[in-house]
Design a binder for this molecule. Structure first.
Ligand SMILES: NC(=O)c1ccc[n+]([C@@H]2O[C@H](COP(=O)([O-])OP(=O)(O)OC[C@H]3O[C@@H](n4cnc5c(N)ncnc54)[C@H](O)[C@@H]3O)[C@@H](O)[C@H]2O)c1
Length: 423
């Protein structure tokens, strides 16, 4: 029998990335209600999923209190809404699938973990990369001992110049005070992968990085505040708004228009934040950052993110005592080198782009059906380490690269949470 779910936030992630699973596998997942303040998004979602008018809500609180026949809530709203919506959903005994990041505040993450445990409900985080063929195969080989014990990991995230401009210069995640720092909003996935592959708790962490390029002083002479206001550099500027949305970034235009035709996009762009010159935005998040980590057994990891790459992908190098793995997510391939035999095995995985999402949703539905009998791969308990790494990395970066003792950092916040709860 299908599990019944409420969707909170019928935006890009909720409506277009996750919800199609319910249409493809109706015997596993059915949406019985939707909460979305945007009329167009709400009605379009309701129509696709046959949700009657009385189960279409603008207000998520109403949706949660009036839809008690649902088993689960999928929360796909912006980062700063996650805490209140998740705490309410857990309080009302729903299982929750929550978009990453859990919350931009460490204390809220810890409080959510505690609430899920108290209520005995699933709180699964959409760290979807763990479920993809690329990362799950690498993890399986490591756990099988194919390269011995891991001594170091190097992971590089290529954000991509155009994707950077879309999400972190013009878009929703461009201000850390309004969403979260880039190391959390974008790279909690990467820190999650490092912690997962390492299989160890982190001991110490430090970080450097800054916003170097997307600043007013780098605007070319005569550039207006919007690309469409007669910018003389349109032909030569790699960040000109239309380039991305009429090209490889077309699906991201769903952030500002339902009409994804050339005409629809060009009509909408001049009136949205996505039509701004990248040198005239209100952005403050970094465009490059490095994080160094030392784990309990002495192993180390280095994570590097940069906006200044032509592609949006990741490269990984995992160095073990008896072999190494070098992989490129873009190519969906990795090489496994075995030191003893001198052999090199090239592994090509098959990923049409939906495998990770579908496998995550399948596991979530199965766990809800089986009443939460085994820990989820991306449970809040499993996911929280990545967030603590991100919070500590950001604290280090802001404090000019100070080394942070991670267990002490976490303990301090748990203590604060305890003090607040007993006040
Ligand atoms: N797992 C991943 O790889 C991944 C990738 C991108 C984004 N995200 C995360 O997904 C989340 C959503 O991002 P998105 O790209 O879908 O954004 P989006 O803006 O397209 O969607 C958010 C939706 O929430 C709706 N909303 C706003 N207030 C609401 C309220 N009070 N109640 C219900 N709905 C409300 C908005 O109208 C919007 O439709 C963010 O937290 C983001 O960080 C995760």
């Amino acid at each position: 029998m299908s599990i019944k779910a409420i969707l909170v936030g019928a935006g890009v992630r909720g409506a277009t990335v996750y919800a199609p699973y319910a249409l493809k596998y109706p015997d596993e997942l059915t949406f019985v209600a939707v909460a979305e303040p945007d009329d167009e998004r709400r009605t379009s979602f309701a129509k696709k999923h046959h949700i009657p008018v009385e189960r279409q809500y603008k207000d998520w609180k109403e949706a949660l209190t009036e839809s008690r026949d649902a088993d689960a809530v999928m929360i796909c709203t912006h980062d700063r809404m996650h805490y209140e919506q998740t705490m309410n959903a857990l309080e009302l005994d729903y299982h929750v699938l929550l978009e990453k990041p859990i919350s931009p505040f460490p204390m809220e993450c810890l409080a959510m973990e505690r609430k899920a445990t108290e209520k005995g409900r699933l709180l699964t985080i959409c760290h979807v990369l763990r479920y993809t063929p690329f990362w799950s195969t690498i993890n399986r080989l490591i756990r099988r001992g194919d390269i011995g014990n891991i001594v170091s990991i190097q992971l590089t995230e290529h954000i991509g110049f155009a994707h950077m401009a879309h999400s972190y210069v013009r878009g929703h995640w461009n201000r850390s005070e309004e969403s979260s720092p880039l190391i959390l909003s974008k790279s909690c996935h990467d820190l999650d992968l490092i912690a997962w592959l390492m299989g160890q708790d982190c001991k110490r962490i430090s970080s450097f990085g800054s916003l170097t390029h997307f600043r007013p002083e780098h605007a070319p002479a005569g550039a207006p505040k919007r690309c469409s206001d007669g910018c003389p550099h349109l032909e030569s500027c790699c960040y000109a708004d239309f380039r991305y949305y009429l090209g490889e970034g077309r699906r991201h235009a769903a952030h500002f228009t339902e009409d994804l035709s050339d005409e629809g996009i060009l009509r909408a762009l001049p009136h949205t934040p996505y039509g701004r010159c990248v040198y005239a935005c209100d952005n403050d998040v970094v465009d490059h950052q490095i994080v160094n980590m030392e784990f309990k057994n002495g192993a180390t990891a280095a994570f590097h993110l940069s906006a200044f790459t032509h592609d949006s992908t990741r490269r990984v190098h995992i160095m073990g005592t008896h072999g190494e793995i070098q992989g490129s997510l873009a190519d969906q391939t990795f090489n496994v080198f075995d030191f003893a035999s001198g052999s090199q095995n090239r592994v090509q995985v098959q990923d049409g782009g939906k495998e990770g999402t579908e496998s995550m949703l399948r596991e979530f539905c199965r766990q809800v059906k089986q009443h939460h009998t085994a820990p989820a791969l991306t449970s809040i308990e499993a996911s929280i380490q990545s967030h603590m790494l991100a919070f500590a990395a950001e604290e280090s970066r802001v404090q000019q690269g100070t080394v942070i003792d991670l267990p002490a950092f976490i303990e301090h916040r748990k203590h604060q949470l305890y003090v607040e709860a007993t006040r």
